[in-house]
Design a protein around this ligand. Structure first.
Ligand code: ADP
Length: 262
């Protein structure tokens, strides 16, 4: 039996199809979020690649900021539970999940079976989110996918003193005009995000076996900076950005199984 998970985020849409809750058939990410053609594009992409048709899907769960705007979904579930489930599937040893997306950051404490136990969240301020990094990448004239590698060449990271994204942007422009090496600015930007998010995660206690999920986990510069802030290795899976959609597909499977039993 096939289940579908779709994560409609602020900046991207992700979809995953699973067979019997365990076998990953296909996963796709489209860099367009809620209110755009992103959700329909990502659904077309997973059906095209898998060769499945929508009527072969037994149950669909949507998650993410735009989860209510998904006509195909049988049920909507919050990102918190979906990221917990998805990361537990990808990285069973993880006990803390740090999810940094396009417009918020969350830290989750999860049980040995992948259930959410506690969480902390920042959705009030762009600092410490993907949006902050996207704005800075634009100022540096670098593609977001290259920012991580660039920062790793830094020998002397700058300190970004402003936490507000707008002021930090002016600070970066001023550093650029003072000919500060771009890799040192990139490293300073990553340190600023990691410091802010690690501070939030530490409110749940010192993390054991932390993992990162969400699109920002694809940025190796932020991951290394997070490791320095937390003082321990951080687990990252190549499918980190699809963890929410994967968790949604697993929850859809659990729902189907329950319906079969009743
Ligand atoms: P949302 O679910 O809110 O749409 P995501 O979890 O998809 O957010 O994360 C989006 C963020 O991920 C972007 O704001 C960007 O900073 C980052 N990101 C996306 N793709 C990449 C990439 N290839 N390399 C590094 N960072 C990326």
């Amino acid at each position: 039996m096939y289940t579908l998970g779709i994560d409609i985020g602020s900046t991207s849409s992700k979809a995953v199809i699973l067979r019997d809750g365990t076998e990953l058939i296909v996963q796709k990410v489209v860099s367009l979020g809620t209110g755009t053609v992103g959700p329909s594009q990502v659904l077309s992409a997973v059906f095209e690649e898998s060769g499945l048709s929508p009527d072969q899907i037994g149950y669909t769960v949507s998650t993410g900021y735009g989860r209510m705007n998904c006509a195909q979904a049988d049920e909507q579930v919050s990102e918190l539970s979906c990221h917990a489930k998805g990361i537990h599937f990808l990285l069973p040893d993880a006990q803390t999940v740090i999810d940094i997306g396009g417009q918020d950051a969350k830290a989750l404490k999860i049980s040995e079976s992948g259930q959410l136990i506690a969480f902390q969240m920042n959705d009030k301020c762009a600092a410490g989110t993907g949006r902050f990094l996207d704005v800075m990448a634009r100022v540096l004239n670098v593609d977001i996918s290259e920012l991580g590698e660039l920062s790793q060449r830094s020998k002397k990271p700058v300190s970004i003193s402003n936490t507000c994204t707008v002021f930090a942007e002016s600070e970066v422009i001023s550093q650029l005009s003072s000919n500060v090496p771009i890799e040192d600015i990139a490293a300073g930007i990553h340190n600023s995000v990691a410091k802010r998010v690690a501070g939030m995660a530490l409110r749940l206690g010192r993390p054991t076996a932390p993992a990162m999920s969400g699109g920002v986990a694809r940025n190796a510069g932020v991951v290394r900076a997070m490791e320095r802030e937390l003082g321990c290795p951080v687990l990252v899976h190549p499918l980190c950005q699809s963890a929410g959609a994967l968790g949604a597909a697993i929850l859809a499977w659990e729902k189907l199984k329950k319906e079969k039993v009743n």
